[in-house]
Design a protein around this ligand. Sequence first.
Ligand code: SAJ
Length: 432
Amino acid sequence: NRVSVVGLGYIGLPTAAILASTGVEVIGVDIRQSAVAAINAGRIHIYEPGLDFLVKRVVDAGLLRAVTTPEPADAFVIAVPTPFSEGPEQLTPEPDLSFIRAATESIAPVLKSGDLIILESTSPVGTTEKMSQWIQAARPDLRVPHPGGTVAADIHIAYCPERVLPGRVLEELVTNDRIIGGLSDACSAAAMGLYHLFVEGDCIVTDARTAELTKLTENAYRDVNIAFANEMALICDRLDIDVWELIRLANRHPRVRILNPGPGVGGHCIAVDPWFIVSSAPQQAKLIAQARAVNDSRPPYVVAQVEQAARAIDNPVIACLGLAFKPDIDDLRESPAMQVVKQLASKHCGTLLAVEPNIAALPAELNSLGVTLSPLDAALARADIAVILVDHKEFLDIDAKQLSGKAVIDTRGLVSRLTNNADVFRQNARVP
Ligand code: SAJ
């Protein structure tokens, strides 16, 4: 049996490699020639722990090869991005299904009776049904499945969202439970057969629309919970209470588990997916939309705190600790820390040093704004203001003395976690 994985990014490539490692012949499809060339040479174009080794192994064994034009296969897994488009005239960002549509239409010519098509991309409710319609339009000779599955169909279509955490993708692809949302029972059964090849978690069957909303709900749930923590941070600033201590205490309640406030919500999913719910049910999704607003207000709030501290100092040196969207990764895309640093640079608040242990060079956009990449100790030695934007493991080794006398804007509650933390320091380092 042959499986084709369409879209060889953060989800598609690990999925293709894991499928190939079970002994199945896998053809990866991507429109980027550079990604295809790298994979065929046994290299990877993205960073994910363990993935380089696995891809090399399955490519060398002849089990995985990449192409730019789809070839016939028995199953197709579509894992392409679903960004949202944010036109100035739009009140709510709208999901952009153009990549899913292009991927679907690109496989349509090679489909044959009996094939299985699985959509894994995060998608608004109804996308799997649309996919079926796009295939029908491109291939009138094939009978596509319809929700409910009362009419006989030649192909199977299901929605099975990915739910893996960047940094732990290879492990979670195997151990996480999977939701299988077929357009019909026969579609779900066919999809189940594919996931049983490598998933050790439970595979749970539902319909496609419920599966679509399940994925969106998981990320909206996390976004709303982070927004609650961020709102508590605002309330605590107003009432002069340490939010980290407050959360630690409240979390001693057996049924309370408050998440961590921060400089905003980054990454490619949690800040995006809630909009897919809001755009399908704007009148109902009030809390979800409000949570997005709370989380989006965090970067400018941090910038305002730094500006306030900077006003008290002549030509301040500002060390920004962390650029990635979360700890111990090198991914700077959609990162609130990057937003903070860029806004500070455009406001000319002072000399900006960026400390990011997971990258070798700054992105060009920060270089051109006059930001300098600096090692941690050197940056702290020079800085008047320290802005902690990511709780990377390297920052947990900071000696409290290195921060003493500086204004510290600690968006991650790191100071109270420092091994060498001194209470004295905490009093010295209050934001003015
Ligand atoms: N964050 C906070 N406070 C917290 C937790 C997170 O501010 O208490 C911030 C992080 O700093 C980061 C952002 O939220 O900027 C998102 O990070 P994350 O670790 O919560 O999630 P992601 O984006 O890496 O991955 C999420 C996961 N979804 C859930 O946990 C519900 C993952 O399982 C999904 O597969 C992934 O989105 C996805 O692809 O949808």
